[in-house]
Design a protein around this ligand. Structure first.
Ligand SMILES: Cc1cc2nc3c(=O)[nH]c(=O)nc-3n(C[C@H](O)[C@H](O)[C@H](O)COP(=O)(O)OP(=O)(O)OC[C@H]3O[C@@H](n4cnc5c(N)ncnc54)[C@H](O)[C@@H]3O)c2cc1C
Ligand code: FES
Length: 423
């Protein structure tokens, strides 16, 4: 909930799960700022004298006051989508219900596809924001759903839940297109488990689903916790557990957190930010991925597309090298390009990878692709560029917005930033 000014008037914007409202921001009783009030179920309570107003209508639900709140019309803007036409026998079968599949489904509808769209997930959830699992440990699944059931129904996007894909016979008929997103049945996408004695002990967890996130919070509260891996997710989980777990130890085979992705200099800065309870130590191995998708996100089978964490793709910044980058924004970009190519639009992937992470209320942003970088430039407390043969391919910043967004735009435009310019 937040107060904003619209044409000189203060307006209270509220998001309650997937519902948005815009209301007068001052209580009609004695003018208290309602942005400092408490959000109850479908209503807001004034902090000063306890009046309550409906979020939907602004009507009074508790006194002392006589007047309702002004309520503004809110429309949730989604690009217009085409309606399902039952005569159209085409089917887009989207395996997985992550950001790649959801974006693919919505782009198909936005671009006029009237056939059937089916998303298949083995989980018991509608598509949700996975990036919150480590940042808000224990978040209720329904609070992080990206679309409600009524939204999906309205656009005839079927979600088959609790359906496990175990075999893929990639021979779609002429009226079918299949989107592959990461499937646990493919070895590369089974969660990487510890390969050491004790790895099967009952309280060893992986973090992939809302249930995992709640379990980790429950098991860790008040206990001693060891987190294996000090990259983004491990460090986010560690930060989420500060003040909840009795003791947190982060175990990492490299010298510093984030070393593989951001280099040791950033890791050193992160060490200053992280709490004294997090001490990296070291072991673990990294797996290499395989190439599956192309720039059009098409696989070698004509109507089978790959998108999301499953797909590697040519990264222009690295001279067209095929790289797999597991970012949320990339999964969505893949889903969009796959949808357009299912519709034979010959759309190429053109995007700059953008990633974010949080550590103790500090935001690290990262754009580009620093894999295989040969040099780094570090400025101030933390603005770091990774260069490849003297050309900047990635930039990271700590609490220095909008630096990374600006560099991402320059890289997107195709302009080259040299190491000298970065310095
Ligand atoms: C804890 C966590 C935090 C993250 N934080 C960030 C972040 O801050 N920023 C960022 O850019 N990225 C982040 N990521 C990475 C990001 O979430 C992924 O890159 C992104 O979700 C990949 O999307 P996807 O569509 O490829 O597949 P996923 O989101 O991985 O979805 C896979 C789908 O396939 C389904 N599925 C799997 N196996 C089967 C099967 N056998 N049968 C049927 N269905 C199956 C799953 O149920 C799921 O619906 C994070 C990831 C995790 C785990
Ligand atoms: S708040 Fe996430 S992109 Fe703007």
């Amino acid at each position: 909930m937040r107060e904003v000014e619209v044409a000189g008037h203060p307006v209270l914007l509220v998001r309650d799960h997937l519902q948005f409202s815009a209301l007068g921001s001052r209580c009609t009783h004695a003018g208290a700022p309602l942005s400092k009030g408490y959000l109850g179920q479908g209503r807001i309570r004034c902090p000063w004298h306890g009046a309550c107003f409906s979020l939907k209508t602004g009507d009074i639900e508790e006194y002392p006051t006589l007047d309702c709140l002004t309520s503004f019309k809110v429309s949730h803007r989604v690009k217009p989508m085409s309606k399902r036409n039952p005569i159209n026998s085409q089917t887009a079968l989207l395996l997985g219900a992550g950001p790649a599949a959801l974006t693919c489904a919505e782009i198909l509808r936005q671009e006029g596809f009237t056939g059937r769209i089916v998303m298949v997930t083995r989980e018991n959830h509608l598509p949700y924001d996975k990036t919150k699992l480590s940042k808000a440990l224990g978040a209720k699944a329904t609070d992080i759903y990206l679309r409600s059931q009524s939204f999906l129904d309205a656009h005839s996007i079927e979600v088959w839940m609790e359906k496990e894909v175990s075999v893929l016979n990639a021979a779609p008929t002429i009226s079918q297109a299949i989107l592959l997103s990461p499937l646990s049945s493919w070895p590369r996408f089974s969660p990487r488990r510890l390969q050491c004695p004790g790895a099967n002990l009952q309280n060893v967890c992986v973090l992939l689903t809302p249930e995992d996130s709640s379990r980790i919070l429950r098991l860790a509260t008040g206990k001693r916790v060891a987190i294996v891996g000090a990259s983004f997710i491990g460090m986010e989980v560690a930060a989420s557990l500060v003040g909840k777990a009795a003791c947190i130890e982060v175990i990492e085979r490299a010298e510093c957190p984030y070393q593989a992705a951001l280099g040791c200099q950033v890791g050193q800065v992160a060490m200053k930010v992280s709490s004294p309870g997090m001490e990296p130590e070291g072991f673990l191995e990294r797996e290499e991925g395989g190439a599956r998708g192309q720039r059009f996100m098409q696989t070698s089978a004509p109507s089978v597309f790959a998108a999301g964490d499953v797909a590697s793709f040519p990264v222009a910044l690295l001279g067209g090298k095929n790289i797999d980058i597991c970012h949320w924004q990339i999964a969505q970009a893949h889903g969009r390009v796959a949808a357009l190519n299912m519709l034979q639009r010959q759309e190429r992937l053109h995007t700059v990878p953008f990633f974010w992470t949080k550590l103790q209320a500090k935001s690290i942003r990262y754009a580009g692709c620093g894999i295989g970088y040969t040099e780094t430039v570090l400025k101030g407390d933390l603005i770091k560029s990774s260069a490849w043969d003297g050309i900047v391919t990635a930039v990271a910043s700590l609490n220095f917005d909008p630096m990374v967004a600006m560099v991402a735009e320059i890289l997107y435009s195709g302009k080259i930033i040299t190491k000298d310019e970065a310095e």
